[in-house]
Ligand binder design. Structure first.
Ligand code: COA
Ligand code: ZN
Length: 307
């Protein structure tokens, strides 16, 4: 059976945009429920400025409240080397540094142009992590479309990947459709080009949003291009507060349901994932967008049973 990795980003991307503060215990319960479903890698939150993303102001408490989860890679998003140091202080060494491919979004999201984020990344790799303890992935935000600059040329994303691989080989890159405006053709093309040019030196994952309703089609396009890892969020929560007009991530349960029905193996127990989705969907003011949640649950579970 072909294996496909689902990286759960609900506790980070899913929650960061919710207006009301989600209590620390709810965040912890959500992370534990996701871990129980068999997900192997999860973004548990972000070490960002509490002024920029008030929802993540309790990140230190969330990390302290987690039970040991030896079978899961806990990732956190960081916007700069300061965030990486905060994560290190909690023993979290699987990090995603977010760098937008367009200055417009990078300025809005992390307060500096892309070139300054690249310089900070180089500093992080050389000065903060000289022993390469860090497992770093770069979230290539606005790889397809920017809310301030429109469509992103493919060459821009590819040349930034090339620059970053000069800092360190073996990085993982998330091709991120931050605004959810990418077409399946664009996803397939960028993924193919990235794999063709840098597939020996880097790994790639697709991070999508479902704003245009192309989310599942974009996952299929990524699969066709050869990607085998995808970011998704339970109940389809999510969105970047600095990307106006973007809606939620592609719902994890919809993707797992589809992949299982296609005879692929995610290692995830859909019934348990739905329990995590129930927690996410019940958060007041959360906008859920799952299709599988609308199906009779027994039917969905029985159709998606992995043989
Ligand atoms: N975690 C916590 N605090 C941080 C921080 C981090 N990673 N990085 C900087 N800060 C603090 C600084 O120490 C400073 O604190 P002070 O006011 O008490 O002195 C304050 O934030 C401002 O620092 P500055 O360097 O001027 O940053 P800024 O105000 O321009 O904000 C970011 C820059 C990157 C910290 C902020 O834009 C941010 O956190 N963005 C994240 C956006 C995000 O998560 N988007 C969604 C995911 S794509
Ligand atoms: Zn996102």
């Amino acid at each position: 059976m072909e294996k496909v990795e689902i990286v759960e980003v609900g506790p980070r991307d899913g929650l960061q945009n919710i207006p009301g503060f989600v209590p620390t215990e709810t965040k912890i319960a959500l992370i534990h429920a996701i871990a129980d479903s068999g997900v192997k890698r999860m973004e548990i939150g972000s070490f960002v400025s509490p002024k920029a993303i008030p929802q993540m102001q309790d990140m230190d408490l969330v990390v302290q409240g987690l039970r040991p989860m030896p079978n899961i890679v806990k990732m956190a998003l960081v916007p700069n080397s300061k965030g990486a140091r905060r994560a290190f202080s909690h023993g979290i060494t699987d990090l995603e540094m977010v760098i937008s491919m367009t200055d417009g979004h990078n300025n809005s999201n992390v307060g500096r142009p892309t070139s300054e984020s690249l310089a900070d990344l180089e500093y992080l790799l050389l000065e903060v992590d000289p022993d390469s303890k860090l497992n770093l992935r770069i979230g290539l935000a606005t790889s397809f479309h920017c809310p301030f600059e429109g469509l992103t040329p493919e060459t821009k994303t590819l040349s930034n990947i090339e620059k970053m691989l000069k800092f360190r080989n073996g990085l993982e890159f998330a091709l991120a459709d931050t605004t959810g405006m990418a077409t399946p053709q664009a996803v397939k093309s960028l993924a193919q080009q990235a794999i063709k040019h840098f597939g020996n030196d880097a790994t790639f994952i697709f991070h999508g949003h479902d704003t245009s309703g192309f989310g599942i089609a974009n996952i299929l396009a990524g699969l066709e291009a050869g990607l085998r890892s995808f970011d998704t969020a339970v109940a389809g929560l999510g969105g970047c507060p600095y990307a106006p007009g973007a809606s939620g991530n592609i719902p994890s349960e919809d993707v797992v349901y589809l992949l299982h029905r296609m005879g692929m193996d995610t290692g995830i127990d859909l019934e348990k994932l739905m329990q995590a989705s129930d927690i996410a969907a019940s958060i007041p003011t959360a906008i859920e967008a799952s299709h599988v949640r609308k199906m009779p649950r027994e039917t969905a579970l029985s159709l998606a049973k992995v043989a």
